[in-house]
Design a protein. Structure first.
Length: 505
């Protein structure tokens, strides 16, 4: 089935998320929609899937204009979508999830689970998925859950398949398996739209590449295009993709973590007996598939977790049991993974956000009064130093682009007298130009003798930034290895397989 989008425009108030986008996807083709987070890729696909209604433009399937009032209409027309965050019911079996929403019944109105099981087996056998129809979804590995999502789409006879950032929660090995599945689907005649911002994956699997920037199509590229060429199209200027860093000059002291455990309110152990050291002048990257305790570890280092046992020593000073204010005063800088939720106050100005955690005393507060001239001079200096694109320091930070919002957070945290930097996914949701800048500043912080802990879910970022890589799986440390460890070994570690003695650092 041929898919064609003509002049699709979608507005949210004054924001134009899609600006007269044209896209054609042929049967038997993997068409990659490439662009940074916030470029409008997912919005466009949500219009196609009936989740949003376009303000202008039309959708054609096999040259016939179609109108979708909701996902049900899109599915009935042969469009399937594999979402970044799976739309599965964990306590249901695979067969129950696959039949959900288009249940088959037999005598007495009973659900025909046998028919659903047979359908799962038929599709699984066809593509070599190895999925048990009677397995509970909550017991399946993440990669297998994604195959269940694909089976769901194929069970509805989907001829157009949309994969929306499908590798965000996968190990490298699971990503390679997914690429193989996509090729099989393409060879069976499906039209595939692959949404991603990862250049490696684009070159691996795409037949055609369309690049989107700020809601508009800015060009097409061949799969033979280099990373630098693709990045330049995405950002609109040449971008340096390599992180330049000299070997670490490690110093005495730094961070010492022993037997760290973090539990939630129900008593579930989220970080389990974690121990490691980070000397001054080193970047330790904490890697792993998202949801394996990395977030809670970073929050514990910043004093943001309440239920913590074990020891966190910074230059010999114990931080466990201290308040967030005391942890900050000890010299800990913290870049949270969700800048909007934890890093910024959107209605505050750029200047106000740049001193958000520094209003308890000099130089910005004296005698209980905020020193506006001092604050504003500091803010102007940081706007220039960190290349924050804003109309002025009095602009509400919520009006800035995602990359510039992240620069505000990074500027604030790196402008303090640091003895430890903890950065959780510091480049999440920012363009490759901002990534280049943020990586450079993190390396400069390391080169200044500060221990740095970076949480990274992107393996490319972990390898590029880390002097060593600590891999977590289900809250525990699988191993700590050099950054030049082969990708396949790192991928196995992310799946819980410990490295051999020769591979560990």
């Amino acid at each position: 089935m041929k898919l064609e989008l003509r002049g699709i425009t979608k507005r949210f108030g004054a924001l134009v998320a899609n600006d007269h986008v044209d896209l054609t996807v042929e049967p038997g083709e993997i068409h990659c929609l490439l662009g940074e987070n916030g470029a409008g890729k997912s919005t466009l696909m949500n219009v196609l899937y009936g989740l949003y209604q376009a303000d202008e433009g039309e959708i054609l399937l096999d040259d016939e204009v179609r109108h979708f009032a909701g996902p049900g209409d899109a599915m009935a027309a042969g469009i399937g979508m594999v979402h970044q965050h799976f739309m599965l019911v964990p306590v249901f079996t695979v067969a129950e999830n696959v039949m959900l929403g288009h249940e088959q019944t037999r005598g007495g109105g009973r659900l025909d689970l046998d028919a659903a099981r047979a359908q799962v087996r038929q599709i699984a056998d066809r593509f070599g998925f190895h999925v048990d129809p009677d397995a509970l979804v909550e017991d399946l590995a993440v990669g297998v859950q994604q195959r269940v999502e694909i089976i769901k789409a194929l069970s509805r006879d989907a001829k157009v398949l949309v994969f929306d950032e499908p590798t965000a929660v996968l190990t490298p090995q699971e990503t390679d398996e997914l690429m193989g599945i996509m090729r099989q689907l393409r060879d069976s005649g499906a039209a595939i739209v692959f949404i991603t911002h990862k250049l490696r994956e684009v070159r691996e699997v795409a037949d055609r590449i369309t690049v989107v920037r700020r809601g508009a199509v800015v060009g097409e590229a061949e799969r033979t295009a280099t990373d630098a060429e693709l990045a330049s199209l995405m950002v609109g200027r040449p971008v340096e993709l390599v992180v330049h860093r000299a070997p670490p000059n490690r110093t005495d002291g730094g961070l010492r973590v022993r037997g760290l455990q973090v539990t939630d309110a129900r008593g579930t152990v989220l970080v389990d007996d974690v121990s490691f050291d980070v000397p001054g002048g080193e970047i330790l990257v904490v890697a792993g598939v998202q949801g394996n305790g990395q977030t809670e570890l970073a929050e514990a280092l910043a004093g943001l977790q309440d239920r913590v046992t074990g020891s966190i020593e910074l230059d010999g000073t114990e931080l466990v049991g201290r308040t967030v204010r005391q942890v900050l005063d000890a010299g800990v800088g913290y870049v949270p993974e969700d800048r909007n939720q934890d890093g910024l106050v959107g209605s505050f100005t750029v200047a106000e956000n740049l001193v958000l955690d520094r209003t308890d005393g000099p130089p910005f507060v004296r005698g209980g009064a905020l020193q506006l001239r001092t604050r504003d001079a500091f803010a102007r200096e940081k706007v220039d130093e960190f290349d924050i694109r804003t109309q002025g320091i009095d602009t509400q930070v919520g009006r800035l682009s995602g990359g510039n919002q992240q620069k505000v957070v990074v500027a604030r945290e790196l402008s303090r007298d640091l003895r430890l930097l903890v950065a959780a996914q510091p480049t999440r949701g920012v363009d490759v130009g901002s990534i280049e800048f943020i990586h450079k500043r993190i390396v400069e912080t390391r080169d200044g003798g500060v221990p740095v802990v970076v949480v990274a879910t992107e393996l490319d970022e972990a390898v590029a930034l880390g002097d060593r890589i600590l891999v977590m799986y289900r809250g525990r440390v699988v191993g700590i290895v050099p950054s030049d460890t082969p990708r396949d070994v790192l991928g196995l570690m992310m799946a819980g397989v410990a490295p051999t003695e020769g591979e560990a650092a």
